[in-house]
Design a protein around this ligand. Structure first.
Ligand code: GDP
Ligand code: MG
Length: 444
């Protein structure tokens, strides 16, 4: 979602790299470029002006720091303003106490049902990790779209939480039945999915209001489609006036949304973004952190998120051994195999690259990354056909060994040579990374 802004800001800071003095003209052109980037990302004009004004104000008082480069000084200021704009120290979403009802609202197609499943999955996992004893039930009062309720049933299965379908087809009656069912069956967390229309409509809002009054959910969450840009703010305001809500989840952040909604939401609505949806699976929900979002937008890479994902998915010792091999600036084919495995578990090469500082703005084409990924997959097959000794001492690979391996991996022999030369490149890359110390923070 932030790729668009990342590229804009990366080129802005790259353009400042030769500058020696922080003069008025440099400041003005930077502010102009910031405005341009935000407008292009579909941030409303008045918000762009407000944001730019905070930078202008700051610069009026600013005393240049001689030890810092011009780009570094401006970066720091813009970063700080951006974090504040996005919500400063956002508290992560947590359930205020059980029993509780969480109700999601939003337009049809915004991603409510999918998001409810993700939230159920998130809370179930959290409860297991922290022994919170959540007993989660999901249910829906969406009687407008055929099969909407059964869709939630399927999502609930994926999230491994219980699902209940009320007999009544009247949303207000059904909501009551669901609440009673949850209470008599000792569920202490009810996640309620609701209906949305394609556009805001007063009947829908008044129905939601009645359900809200009857059930008194502790948490009301608006699901907003990040793809809708500026328009989403109008939707959010209408829901805020119609039923009210405590915070939002921005869905479809994995799409090519330009990030305008994420940038504007908190400031425009004075409410937090709790999570962003990053895909269609139940696992694809990520807590929203203003600092991390700002560093992503500015092209710093989101080290913290990568560290978290890495910690979640990679065993400690594996991390240590990889860290060591990168640190040494050299690694073996075995390390390479392990590394590929790790990249695969983290997602794709593409998704890992985004998190590495400086890579965000490199504008590597999706096509090139895709090719890289395919190459890695082939290399993996080849490695699996090698003996341990061959992996440790690739120089013993003579023609007959190569033929044997090629046969085992189902690739032509030439492919092995090609991939061995890629491996040499990788080793050089490791040396380069060692020199820049770039990965140091990732695997610590
Ligand atoms: P609802 O009408 O508000 O309940 O919306 P749904 O949950 O049915 O979602 C509408 C469509 O958006 C579905 O095709 C979902 O798979 C898709 N969707 C929802 N959230 C995400 C997301 O975070 N990323 C992507 N790529 N698709 C999503
Ligand atoms: Mg739905």
């Amino acid at each position: 979602m932030f790729d668009f802004l990342t590229q804009k800001f990366s080129s802005l800071f790259a353009g400042l790299s030769g500058k020696k003095h922080l003069d008025a003209a440099t400041i003005q052109s930077t502010i102009d470029q910031v405005k341009e980037a935000l407008l292009a990302a579909d941030v409303p004009y008045d918000l762009v002006q407000t944001f730019a004004a905070t930078i202008t104000e700051h610069m009026a008082q600013y005393k240049p720091v001689a030890s810092l480069k011009v780009s570094e000084q401006l970066f720091e200021i813009i970063y700080e303003k951006m974090v504040a704009f996005l919500g400063g120290e956002n508290k992560p979403f947590s359930v205020s106490g059980v029993p509780a009802i969480i109700m999601v609202v939003g337009l049809q197609g915004s991603g409510k049902t999918t998001t409810l499943g993700k939230l159920a999955y998130y809370l179930r996992t959290l409860s297991e990790q922290k022994k919170l004893n959540y007993r989660i039930l999901v249910a829906s009062v969406d009687y407008y779209r055929p099969a909407a309720i059964d869709q939630l049933g399927i999502v609930a299965q994926k999230a491994k939480v219980d699902f209940y379908k009320a007999a009544s087809a009247d949303p207000i009656v059904a909501a009551r039945h669901i609440q009673e069912y949850a209470a008599t069956h000792k569920y202490n967390l009810l996640l309620l999915d609701t209906a949305g229309r394609l556009h805001i409509d007063n009947t829908m809002l008044s129905e939601l209001r009645t359900i809200d009054n009857n059930l008194q959910p502790a948490h009301k969450i608006l699901v907003l489609d990040a793809m809708t840009g500026q328009e989403s703010l109008a939707v959010a305001r209408a829901f805020d006036q119609g039923v009210g809500f405590h915070g939002a989840i921005l869905s479809k952040a994995d799409s090519d949304a330009r990030g305008g909604a994420a940038f504007s939401f908190r400031y425009a609505l004075k409410k937090p973004i709790f999570f962003v949806g990053t895909g269609e699976r139940v696992e694809d929900l990520a807590p929203f952190h203003p600092e991390r979002a700002a560093s992503r937008m500015l092209g710093m890479g989101d080290m913290q998120s990568l560290v978290e994902r890495a910690n979640e998915k990679i065993k400690q010792e594996e991390q240590q051994s990889l860290y060591n091999s990168w640190e040494k600036g050299e690694f073996t084919l075995n390390d390479f195999a392990q590394q590929m495995d790790m990249v695969n578990r983290l997602g794709s090469l593409t998704s890992v690259m985004k998190y590495i500082p400086g890579m965000g703005g490199m504008n590597i084409s999706a096509d090139a990354l895709q090719k890289g990924q395919e190459e890695m997959n082939r290399f993996k097959a080849i490695m699996q056909s090698m003996t341990h000794k061959e992996r440790v001492y690739p120089r013993i690979l003579n023609d007959s060994r190569k033929r044997r391996i090629a046969k085992g991996a189902g690739v032509p022999v030439a492919e092995i040579d090609k991939l061995l030369s890629r491996f040499v490149n990788m080793q050089q890359y490791a040396k380069l990374i060692k020199k820049s110390g770039g990965l140091r923070n990732v695997f610590k």
